[in-house]
Design a protein around this ligand. Structure first.
Ligand SMILES: Nc1ncnc2c1ncn2[C@@H]1O[C@H](COP(=O)(O)OP(=O)(O)OP(=O)(O)O)[C@@H](O)[C@H]1O
Ligand SMILES: [Zn+2]
Length: 494
């Protein structure tokens, strides 16, 4: 690629994230001969990082990733380079638009959507090219973004993670994973905060001293009896087994039920530990590394598997599935960071027509593990890089100000925005507000848009430190909008 040594030595590169991809990227950049880098990472080194984040060793555990990554990569691959490290969140105010403008290119080596969206937005505002890369197990992808010339990270909506049909989870599980998911919903229902989206929300339990037994009898016996009666459900598969707690716990050593017995005991023990915790400290959220929760989910999963004639799974597998743990593969990180650097070189040498979005697949597609796609023009409707004025479709009689604030703040990654109707200030947020102001804005937030005087076609302004965005409100029935439907639905249930 046609960049001279002098040109390479002048370029400034920002690497965001010094994890699996970040370590690889730093090595590649230095080996090419770049001399001016900055690296940002909020985390410290953990033992579990060492198999793939090859700049770190045991002695570094507990130290900031950014600092050690800068130090070790410089020693090994670019002693003459100047690498500035920041042990800090990328969302920190000090990394403002002017800061981004000092770089020729930014590299996203992150592992979460929020931080990626934030960097994308900052790069669009600062007009700095961004190379985004990500991996998940054996698959990966890289996307070069040139603001206003190619699609940005938010031009196309991101596909939400795969969910399961409610009836599969509640009534007709066909794999152990369905039972893991059900058990997670159960733990959340019993010990978590109220959640509108919980699949078991209609379950009613009274609070007795033998709550564990009441729950057991309901979910593992009486509910199964009800399901058993359905002829439709079991046309193609064996009916579920109806066993009482007493039958299992008193079964003989030769009974087929003897394999379920340890899980019933585990259910009893873990339920009571979690119940105690709930009584002492109130509701808690699922945590994949919490032994008692994993015990409970392992027990429920295997009891449910036995009831529905499914193969049970080990505690280890339960933890993996419940925590959505996808192992990080060093080779995938290495391939993806190599591809990111190729795209970065094209950006820096102005070979924009050659830019490609690259996908690494788990299995070959037409004999190829890698596929390449040309970049597209930005989406004019994109909230981040499209027109500064966008449409927002909603039902003005149903939507409150807070509803629209929540949606737009999230979609556009705004930070503490101020909201205006014409030049009238409607709403403010942030740490520097007085108590009275917070109370006042809370009240205003609950008002319906129609009650705040908004009409079809009227504009609402969102402003934060970086950008002002204008939305034209459109009455909902002119266009179908799934998110609005969801908000309406959830309100119907209140
Ligand atoms: N908002 C953020 N600001 C700065 N750094 C971030 C931010 N969000 C994530 N990171 C960093 O991005 C890196 C992503 O690397 P990677 O995907 O290898 O994750 P990891 O946390 O090191 O590994 P794993 O998640 O597999 O345990 C991490 O080092 C993480 O600390
Ligand atoms: Zn965009």
């Amino acid at each position: 690629m046609s960049l001279s040594k002098e040109e390479i030595e002048k370029k400034r590169i920002l690497v965001v994230g010094a994890g699996g991809i970040g370590c690889e990227v730093l090595k590649n950049i230095l080996l090419i001969g770049f001399k001016h880098l900055e690296v940002i990472d909020l985390d410290v080194i953990d033992l579990s990082n060492l198999n793939r984040q090859f700049l770190f060793n045991k002695n570094h555990i507990g130290q900031p990733k950014s600092v050690i990554a800068a130090q070790v990569s410089k020693e090994r691959y670019g002693p003459e380079a100047e690498i500035v490290s920041h042990h800090c969140e990328i969302q920190n105010n000090k990394f403002n638009i002017d800061y981004y403008k000092t770089f020729d290119v930014v590299i996203n080596a992150l592992d979460n959507l929020n931080a990626r969206k934030h960097v994308n937005r900052m790069c669009v505002c600062a007009n700095v090219p961004l190379i985004d890369g990500g991996t998940s197990g054996f698959i990966g992808q890289t996307t070069p973004i040139i603001p206003k010339e190619t699609e940005c990270y938010e031009c196309q909506p991101k596909v939400p993670p795969k969910g399961y049909a409610v009836c599969t989870i509640r009534s007709n599980p066909s794999t152990a994973v369905h039972c893991v998911f059900w058990s997670k919903q159960l733990i959340q229902k019993l010990f978590g905060n109220a959640d509108d989206g919980n699949y078991l929300n209609d379950f009613q339990f009274s609070s007795t001293t033998t709550r564990w037994k009441e729950v057991y009898d309901k979910v593992f016996t009486s509910d199964i009896k009800v399901l058993h009666q359905s002829e439709e459900l079991w046309k193609l598969r064996k009916k579920p087994n109806i066993w009482t707690y007493e039958e299992i716990i008193n079964c003989s050593d030769t009974s087929l039920l003897k394999d379920v017995k340890p899980f019933v005991k585990l259910y009893y023990n873990s339920f009571n530990i979690l119940q105690q915790r709930y009584e002492n400290n109130g509701p808690f959220e699922f945590e994949k590394d919490d032994d008692d929760m994993i015990d409970f989910i392992t027990a429920c999963t295997n009891i449910r598997c036995a009831i529905f004639n499914l193969q049970g799974i080990s505690r280890f597998e339960v933890q993996e599935k419940a925590g959505n743990i996808i192992p990080a593969i060093p080779t995938t990180n290495s391939i993806i960071s190599g591809l990111m650097i190729i795209e970065m070189m094209k950006v820096l040498s102005q070979k924009k027509e050659n830019l490609r979005i690259c996908y690494l697949a788990k299995k070959p597609l037409k004999n190829h593990l890698l596929t390449f796609e040309k970049t597209s023009q930005p989406n004019k409707q994109c909230y981040i890089c499209g027109n500064e004025v966008s449409e927002f479709v909603c039902d003005l009689e149903v939507f409150t100000l807070k509803d629209i604030i929540n949606q737009i703040t999230e979609r556009c990654s705004l930070i503490n925005p101020t909201i205006l109707k014409g030049d009238q200030l409607l709403y403010e947020s942030g740490d520097d507000l007085e108590k009275e102001e917070i109370q006042m804005y809370e009240k205003v937030g609950k008002k319906k848009l129609i009650d705040l005087g908004f009409k079809d076609g009227e504009t609402i302004l969102f402003k934060d430190d970086i950008k002002t965005m204008t939305f034209i409100l459109k009455e909902e029935d002119r266009k179908h909008d799934v998110i609005n439907e969801e908000i309406k639905d959830s309100k119907k249930h209140l």
